[in-house]
Write a protein that binds this ligand. Structure first.
Ligand code: HEM
Length: 198
């Protein structure tokens, strides 16, 4: 009896709203990255027109104008999804136990338990990506409406710095996704990963 109860408790499950957010986040990020790299290719951030270009098969839009259309359409999906998820975890108070806290930082320093350390890394990594996604939105908005949001664009110093910061969010998001997936597997095995997708 006790063991069957334990089994039930240890099966990870996610709410429908969390899964929906997660799916839309992945799809919209893929749209943002592939259309963003299409824009990049028209005039590479590093090295200008003669700089290194990304291969066609990872690009979305076909040309600069097409890439821009996709990028600016998907930005609504991406940012509104993040906004409603923020409201959802705020209203349901999930943020209080969802993200990394002082206990995780302490565990990384003093805990002798490797499982607890992995768990702390897992929480730390998925918490750290939130500011990166917000930076992608803010630097994107600063380029999208530089006249209306001149105070925001001004915070980045020069246009080249602004483009560089916006671009660097791409490798950061990709690295994060790899670390996040590996840590999720380590912390909760394939059952935890499946619980977020099915
Ligand atoms: C949701 C808010 C976002 C807005 C408002 C936005 C806006 C923009 C704008 C205005 C440009 C320059 C377009 C041009 O010069 O024609 C751009 C380029 C780009 N965006 Fe975004 N973006 C957003 C999010 C993202 C995200 C989440 C990613 C990927 C993580 C991304 C990746 C890129 C890349 C790689 C470029 C090309 C960089 C360059 O060549 O300057 N963007 N974005």
């Amino acid at each position: 009896m006790i063991s069957s109860k334990r089994k039930v408790r240890s099966t990870p499950s996610q709410t429908f709203l969390s899964k929906t957010f997660h799916w839309i986040n992945i799809i919209s990020l893929m749209l943002m990255i592939t259309s963003g790299l299409q824009i990049y290719n028209a005039n590479p951030v590093f090295g200008g027109r003669e700089g290194w270009h990304f291969p066609d098969f990872i690009l979305l839009g076909g040309w600069l104008g097409g890439g821009r259309h996709w990028h600016f359409a998907a930005m609504w999906l991406f940012s509104l999804n993040l906004l409603w998820y923020g409201l959802y975890i705020f209203v349901t108070r999930r943020w209080q136990r969802r993200f990394a806290d002082g206990g995780d930082l302490k565990a990384l320093q003093v805990s002798q338990n490797p499982k607890r350390k992995n768990y702390a890394w897992h929480r730390l990594v998925y918490t750290a990506i939130i500011p990166v996604l917000l930076l992608a939105i803010l630097s994107g908005l600063a380029m999208y409406k530089p006249a209306q949001l001149h105070w925001l664009s001004g915070l980045f110093g020069s246009w080249q710095t602004l483009r560089t910061v916006h671009f660097i969010t791409v490798p950061t998001v990709i690295l994060f996704t790899i670390a996040h997936s590996l840590l999720a597997l380590k912390v909760g095995s394939i059952r935890l990963v499946k619980s977020m997708f099915l």
